[in-house]
Ligand binder design. Structure first.
Ligand SMILES: Nc1nc2c(c(=O)[nH]1)N[C@H]1C(S)=C(S)[C@@H](COP(=O)(O)O)O[C@H]1N2
Ligand SMILES: [Mo]
Length: 312
């Protein structure tokens, strides 16, 4: 993780980094997950208490999770985000939550970090046919939405990434791979689903810049591009929000983007995936892709009345 110097601001605005560096204290703050007081046995205790949200597969090594990334604001190469994000300042940070809500407001990062945090080990399946298993730390998006009291007219949730060309080389170069800000969106029922989290950490530590510091979306049954990073604004709307990849190439990237081995990308198969960190690209790490990325029991019901080939 790149070191960054806290700017001269009110103490309340600064990310409480030391809080995260001590894994035992971190887990102690993750209410409901710690059954005992033993520091070394925390992982086992998590396994026992959080099984519904813990994929029983080998974790992708932290090194791969933090060096093989997609974050075009820092460049389009897989190593670019780790190499080019050292100057990005994830604190202080504020997230504006507005639109069709009764109580629009801004949240300082420290307030979000004070919410009950949970460890969620999810599969992550990129639309490019690779995948990882990542131990995120975060909280349900629903618990943030509850605080702003969505109106009955709200049907969708729109998200925006920060725009900081001075800190994000991919936003300032001659070649602009995407229009900024990066935008994403969910239907409100998807946003409120218990599997949908805002992540503030991984592997028991604050999010590295390249993974979307200080706060990013994780929707484990959808392709990775739905998991928008470094979020500064969340707006509730009554119309489908603009989504960056969907707008850039609507034939290739749908609004829903549910992981679906039966619907191929126009240029490659989605039937199988390469599990990063487990061998060569065409070796034994090639595995079958699961419907809804393995979360069908939890989420298939959200789409029971839809043709998933049309709404891909
Ligand atoms: N703002 C922003 N968010 C983004 C992206 C991006 O380029 N910019 N890439 C997406 C894609 S394609 C994927 S697969 C995931 C990758 O997350 P990771 O690097 O933490 O594995 O982030 C998503 N979120
Ligand atoms: Mo992706």
């Amino acid at each position: 993780m790149p070191a960054y110097r806290p700017p001269r601001i009110a103490a309340s605005e600064i990310t409480p980094e030391p809080f995260f560096l001590d894994r035992r204290r971190f887990l102690a703050a993750a209410g409901g997950l710690v059954l005992g007081g033993a520091g070394v046995a925390d992982a086992a205790e998590l396994k026992a208490s959080g099984s519904r949200y813990k994929v029983e597969e080998t974790l992708t090594p932290e090194k791969d999770v933090t060096t093989y990334n997609n974050f075009y604001e820092f460049g389009t190469g897989k190593g670019d985000p780790a190499a080019n994000s050292g100057g990005f300042k994830p604190a202080p940070w504020r997230v504006k939550v507005d639109g069709l809500v009764g109580k629009p407001r801004e949240f300082g990062l420290e307030e979000l970090l004070a919410l009950p945090l949970e460890e969620r080990t999810y599969r992550m399946r990129c639309v490019e046919a690779w995948s990882m298993v990542i131990p995120w730390v975060g909280f349900p998006l629903a618990s943030l939405l509850d605080k702003v009291e969505p109106l009955g007219s709200a049907k969708y949730v729109a998200f925006e990434t920060v725009v900081r060309p001075e800190e994000m080389p991919g936003q300032s170069g001659y070649f602009q791979p995407l229009p900024w800000p990066y935008r994403e969106g969910l239907r409100l029922d998807e946003a409120r689903h218990p599997l949908t989290i805002l992540s503030v950490g991984l592997y028991g530590k604050t999010l590295p810049n390249q993974n979307g510091a200080p706060i990013r979306l994780v929707v484990p049954w959808k392709y990775g591009f739905k998991g928008i990073k470094s979020i500064v604004r969340i707006s509730l709307t009554d119309t489908p929000p603009p989504c960056t990849w969907n707008l850039a190439a609507p034939d290739e990237y749908g609004f829903y983007a549910n992981v679906n081995p039966a619907v191929d990308h126009p240029r490659w198969s989605q039937a199988t995936e390469n599990r990063i960190g487990e061998g060569g690209f065409f070796g034994s790490n090639r595995r079958d892709t699961l419907a809804f990325n393995g979360y069908a029991d939890d989420v298939a019901g959200l789409y029971s009345d839809m043709d998933l080939r049309v709404n891909f």
